[in-house]
Write a protein that binds this ligand. Structure first.
Ligand code: GUN
Length: 284
């Protein structure tokens, strides 16, 4: 019998703790914690994510500064905005929602976010620190996965973990976090040969591929922990993950659902990072 990992419940519990931290910060230092969100263009998925991030800020007592730029915004307009936020003392964290519209250079924009305000953990410096297992701001989705595994009491040390997907946002930092937690990690991707055999060796599978129901029951070892980072639409237009949940679940010891698994933890970790950035700015 599998156990469903309730990301919503974990997220709610963590958000209560974060809200207490935010209130205490305000009491101690006499100012709000601020998160700047930069959204360029009108990508419909991004719109939903940004709306949810701003709502989560409100609920946690974090002040949000939302900047909506049209898809026609130029590289220098976006860069000037980020540069002004970089030196704004009321802004503890800066988030540039990705993807940026075609024609804009995201790397150049992200490189203008000071490392201590990089609450997405996407900067080269934060990723480098993560690789070296040094304290840093960690990308929200993979960090949320780690939190959820820890809160469930799932052992990672010495386990075989397989991460499917090698994006800078999820796959790579996920692999690093699992490695830092003493797992033996394999990263698979679209060119991997023998994917099924590799997955079958895994005690922990993290699916971050972006293809609906790609991970099937024949790829999963009996008793494995399966974490689904995917957010797709199936043939009926229904929200689904990268894992064929209905068929995979009975092989698992633990599995995350979509929706209600990893998703709620991602925004929670954004709040967590924003509080951490504010605390670090006063030397905590
Ligand atoms: N686009 C998809 N996921 C993310 C994320 O976690 N942060 C940002 N900034 N953009 C995204």
């Amino acid at each position: 019998m599998y156990k469903l990992i309730d990301g919503k419940a974990h997220a709610a519990a963590m958000r209560r703790e974060i809200a207490c931290g935010v209130a205490e910060y305000r009491r101690k230092y006499g100012r709000d914690i601020g998160l700047a969100v930069v959204f360029v263009g009108d990508n419909s998925a991004s719109k939903v994510y940004v709306r949810n991030k701003i709502k989560a800020c409100e609920e946690a007592g974090v002040k949000s500064f939302a900047y909506y730029l049209p898809a026609t915004a130029t590289q220098s307009e976006v860069e000037e905005l980020v540069k002004s936020l970089a030196v704004d003392k009321s802004v503890d964290g800066i988030l540039v929602q990705l993807p940026l519209p075609a024609g804009l250079n995201a790397d150049a924009v992200l490189s203008l976010i000071p490392v201590e305000k990089d609450v997405d953990g996407f900067s080269e410096s934060n990723i480098g620190s993560l690789c070296m297992n040094k304290p840093c701001l960690v990308a929200c989705t993979p960090n949320g996965v780690m939190r959820m595994l820890r809160r469930e009491g799932i052992e990672i040390k010495g386990k075989r973990a397989v991460v499917i997907g090698r994006s800078n946002i999820v796959g790579k930092p996920m692999a690093m976090l699992l490695l830092n937690a003493d797992a033996t990690v394999t990263v698979c991707h679209s060119r991997t040969q023998n994917l099924k055999e590799i997955c079958l060796s895994a005690d922990i599978v993290v699916a971050a591929i972006g293809r609906a129901k790609f991970i099937t029951a024949d790829m999963i070892k009996e008793g494995a922990v399966v974490v689904d980072v995917g957010m797709n639409r199936d043939e009926d237009g229904k929200l689904c993950g990268d894992v064929d949940f209905a068929n995979v679940k009975d092989k698992c010891s633990y599995i995350t659902p979509v929706p209600g698994g990893v998703g709620p933890m991602t925004i929670t970790m954004l709040l967590y990072n924003t509080l951490a950035a504010a605390e670090r700015s006063v030397g905590l």
